[in-house]
Design a protein around this ligand. Structure first.
Ligand code: 0L1
Ligand code: MG
Length: 262
């Protein structure tokens, strides 16, 4: 690690304050160009501790930048991992207040719910499918705290991978009932299809993103507990939203989930 604990705590406070006060900031690597991956995840962990200390519950995990479309959109090459707390959850069909966010975008995702612990190293798609209780449609609302969504990978990891809100719903499906590579998705904004694709856009198979998360956590002595909700990453580029927009994600065989921006 290149940063001391005081700096890590200060950067966590800076980024979380931006989130809570809907203010953007420049990327933290501008100030700390030598920070490393451990520093970045340590800042994310410090943000998580601040939220938990205030009574928030961690209710989900996420993989981000798992599709070539997203990587190309953001100019990066590696997936990243983050967490979601209970106040990020929007009920299916519910409202998301844009005034609580900086510059939200939506991503169509496949959400996994596990029934058994997943522990790396060596976690693979087969282990993920065996440990999955069901999958369902999920829309992630991302909201980078960085000005104009301009960041590098370490900055975005520190910023908890832009996590802000999410909705899941539709018809939960067993993984034995669906080929997650060929499953089709359509995301609509105000009734118009704005993004469409298939599960294979996520690392060839969305379960690969969950396996990568388990292997990433193993390097840090952690695992994915049974009963976890995990967003596997955007299948397409993220789509900007504003107040008044209605977004629906339809996933083949799994129904739909939706969110309204007010
Ligand atoms: O969930 C995601 O794919 C987003 C990861 C962070 C990058 C971004 O803000 O677009
Ligand atoms: Mg995402």
């Amino acid at each position: 690690m290149k940063l001391d604990t005081t700096t890590i705590a200060a950067l966590a406070e800076r980024l979380e304050n931006c989130q809570m006060q809907q203010q953007d900031t420049t990327k933290i690597t501008d100030d700390y160009p030598d920070m490393d991956w451990d520093d970045a995840y340590a800042i994310q962990d410090a943000i998580r501790s601040r939220k938990v200390a205030r009574g928030a519950r961690v209710i989900g995990l996420k993989a981000g930048l798992t599709s070539h479309a997203k990587m190309k959109q953001m100019g990066v090459t590696t997936p990243v991992f983050g967490f979601m707390t209970d106040d990020y959850a929007v009920p299916d069909g519910g409202e998301c207040k844009v005034s609580e966010l900086i510059h939200p975008k939506v991503e169509p995702e496949i959400a996994f719910v596990t029934k058994a612990e997943l522990r790396g190293p060596g976690c693979h798609i087969g282990a993920v499918l065996a440990a999955t209780d069901f999958v369902m449609p999920g829309i992630e609302v991302i909201d980078s705290r960085y000005r104009d969504f301009k960041f590098d990978l370490k900055s975005v990891v520190a910023d908890n991978t832009s996590a802000a809100r999410f909705v899941v719903g539709g018809q939960p499906m067993s993984v034995s009932g669906v080929d997650l590579r060929t499953v089709g998705i359509v995301m609509e904004k105000n009734g118009q299809a704005v993004a469409f694709g298939a599960g294979a856009a996520v690392l060839g198979h969305p379960a690969a993103a969950i396996a990568m998360l388990a292997n990433h956590l193993a390097e840090r002595g952690q695992c994915i507990p049974a009963g976890s909700l995990i967003l596997s990453g955007g299948i397409t580029e993220a789509v900007a939203v504003q107040a008044g927009d209605n977004v629906t994600l339809r996933v083949q065989g799994m129904g739909s989930t939706s969110i309204r921006f007010v």
